[in-house]
Design a protein around this ligand. Sequence first.
Ligand code: ADP
Length: 389
Amino acid sequence: MTGHTPGQAPATAGQVWAHVGQPFTPDSWDVLVLGAGRMGTAVTLFLRDLRPEWRVLLVEEGGLPNEDGATILAPGLWTLAGLPEARHAEAQWERAQLEGRFGGAGGQARTLLSLGQDGEEDTGARLARHPELAGVVDPAGAPRAAVHEAFTYRPGALALAAGQAAVRAGADLLLNTRASLIPGGACLERLTVTNTHQIVTHETHEVRAPRVVVALGAAGPHATEHGLGVHTRHARAYRQTPRLNVPTSDTTPVLHAAGLTLRPQSGGVTIIPPVHHRDPHGYAPQGGHLTGVPTGLRRETLEDLVSALEVLPALATDALETGRSLADVPGAWLALPHGDPAGLPWHGEVAPGVHLLLGGPQADTLGLSTAYRLAAQLAGVALPEGWAA
Ligand code: ADP
């Protein structure tokens, strides 16, 4: 084998079990990582980097990446705007990783214009450089623009790249398997689809490991509460990201106006509304009504759009895809670290050896670095220079 340094485990690729036809025998792993969204794939990869002698098993209910996870629907907007100064060095590290190791994750550098009452530039003059935005913004409502740098990318591409790199580096990957926590490990149900399209459990295994990372996204806090009986203050919220069909290109800036973020994407715009509050336990997302007509937008989202109409008149046109039912509007459950809509990605040991890893609304800027923080802590390695303790 080439490139094998004596004293280090050779970097042979890990094993992948994609379907129940591939026999799986529980083995001994040093770390179990549950959930292969961007947080779980990243921590797995970083653990392979920092502790090549540790065996890691990554478990995922769906495929890589899962179509239902928050990762695949996340806006993929890296920006320092609004981020505490103390976390800037770390965010810059994350950006360098995105553009370096992950080959850009389908992304590109852009500017972000924060439109409002102050800011160093004149909104009208600034937007004159982007004729495609002419009908989108009314500069009278937000005359000043603050200019920030941004990087837009595809978090689904990031998770795929991180997961594949982790397997190439030796991590094992068990797909189509639902995990639940048990003391000291996890119960793994390998799922299969019957010829009547029902998802059923094919077989169940119990696997124990000295370290368990719970990276189940919005389902993580509940899984630890349910499986281990530990109480957490974390929560989740359902965020919709409706589409606005106005033409955009690779050079169109990201706009932040009236509380909304408009992210140019696939030749149009994805609208990212703010997260206002945790969704109560048992809340099931449902659409709302606009002048009596059913829409796929939930009431909170509609209210956000309506209150932004003066600044963003395009929202009152049929360029906005409101849909007729929830299924028409993209949306995903997000974890809210500490139940806080502005909560930054977080990790913590919630039971001995069990580490909860949450991405949430700011994972586009600090998700990878938070996964690295956890990997470094588990591996007993110092954080990169300049990072807040
Ligand atoms: P994050 O941004 O934290 O990575 P995601 O929601 O994208 O959040 O990722 C969480 C992943 O965990 C998803 O791919 C989801 O399919 C997976 N997942 C959720 N619950 C389970 C479970 N019980 N067992 C295995 N995987 C799960």
